[in-house]
Design a protein around this ligand. Sequence first.
Ligand code: SF4
Ligand code: SF4
Length: 112
Amino acid sequence: MKEKALVIDYKYCTGCHTCEVACKNEKDIPVGEWGIHLEDMGPIQLGGKWHWDYHPIPTALCDLCAERVSSGEEPSCVKHCLAKCMQLVDLDDLPRVLRELGDGASCYIPAE
Ligand code: SF4
Ligand code: SF4
C-alpha cells in the first residue's frame, strides 16, 4: 500500500464513538482494547466559556485498514464517521491537507 496517513479534523468531531465501534467490528478487537479510542476533553471552563472537546486517537492496533484499502475501500472509521471529519491521505498530500484544515487537525501514521 502506498504510504498514507489518517487525518482527523478534531474541530468537527462530535464525540459520537462511531469510529471506535466501526474499527472494533472491522478488526474484531476484543473488549478492553481499541484500534481508535475517543478521549473526552471536558467539560472545562476557560476564559469564561465552556469547552467540551473530543479527540479520537488511533492506537498501535491501527494499520490504516490495510486490507480494506488494498481492495479499494475506505478505512472503516472514515466510511462511518458521521461528521465526515476523517480522511485517508497520501503522505505526499499530507502537508497540503493539514495546511488547508488548519488548527485542530492532526494525523496518524503507523510505525513500520
Ligand atoms: S483506519 Fe481502520 S484500523 Fe485504523 S482506526 Fe480506522 S478503522 Fe481502525
Ligand atoms: S466517528 Fe467521527 S465524529 Fe464520531 S467520534 Fe469518531 S471522529 Fe468523531
